[in-house]
Design a protein. Structure first.
Length: 262
């Protein structure tokens, strides 16, 4: 028989998650309505600046390993993915692509990235239930390289919906090290609360206003998340086994198989 304290804990967690979803819908609708005129202007500017669609749909891994299409404003020239191989030697990150002064980024795209405006369409992902306003970093298929085979759906980072903003985004967004991004994601999941979400949302505002998005630093900003917990934490061990995140041929094949199925 399940202990009463455990039942109460689960009940409180369920209620908090329900409040989180209600806030996602309420604030998402408000933000979508307020920003709709700006998004129409941005979409027009993108079409005038370079050939190609205004929106870009990227495959991302959601809660419990479910795939979904994440919407963003296009910030690169049309066909940028085909040019990635020739620029791969300039990538300073592992687990994702971060190229300083990426030549594929358009003029309007550079400005959109600086103020994180390219991510505005993700408000509709929030309303659709794919994402939350605050959560772990949205993971792309490349992240599967760093997870052991058959363990994708069990990855602790995927216990919560990815966020439009998050702890990593407001604390070390320019840090190219994969292991540091994982630490931030795990710290958020292990220490989540509505208060932590509120603090992250508050810190997102100056990051956007000051134009700190889109910056890329070659060296790591920090090697741990000390001081980045926003005053919230319970000492949970957030160390990760980096051996479980090596790029392997089998993991690459899993990516291809999963992508082919969807």
């Amino acid at each position: 028989m399940e202990p009463r304290s455990l039942k109460d804990s689960r009940r409180r967690a369920g209620a908090a998650l329900l409040i989180k979803r209600s806030l996602d819908v309420t604030l998402g609708i408000a933000l979508g309505i307020v920003m709709l005129p700006a998004m129409l202007v941005i979409a027009t500017a993108i079409r005038l600046d370079s050939p190609g669609p205004a929106l870009f749909r990227a495959k991302r891994i959601g809660r419990n390993g479910a795939l979904f299409s994440m919407y963003k404003f296009r910030t690169m020239v049309h066909g940028a993915e085909e040019r990635l191989q020739e620029l791969a030697h300039l990538n300073v990150a592992n687990g994702m692509v971060k190229i300083p002064d990426d030549p594929r980024v358009t003029r309007i795209g550079r400005w959109l990235r600086r103020f994180s405006l390219d991510e505005l369409p993700q408000v509709y992902n929030v309303l659709l239930g794919h994402m939350s306003l605050v959560g772990p970093r949205p993971h792309d298929l490349y992240d599967l390289y760093h997870v052991t085979s058959n363990d994708w759906e069990n990855d602790p980072r995927l216990r919560m919906k990815p966020g439009l903003t998050g702890l990593w985004q407001v604390s070390a967004r320019s840090d190219p090290k994969f292991e540091n991004r994982v630490r931030f994601d795990l710290h958020y999941v292990n220490n989540w609360s509505l208060l932590l979400d509120a603090k992250i949302l508050a810190r997102t505002i100056p990051v956007v206003v000051l134009g700190e998005g889109g910056k890329v630093n070659g060296p790591a900003i920090r090697s741990s998340i000390d001081g980045a917990s926003l005053g919230h934490g319970n000492g949970t061990d957030i160390r990760i086994n980096l051996d479980a995140h090596r790029r392997t041929t089998s993991a690459m094949q899993e990516v291809a198989d999963v992508a082919g199925q969807h």
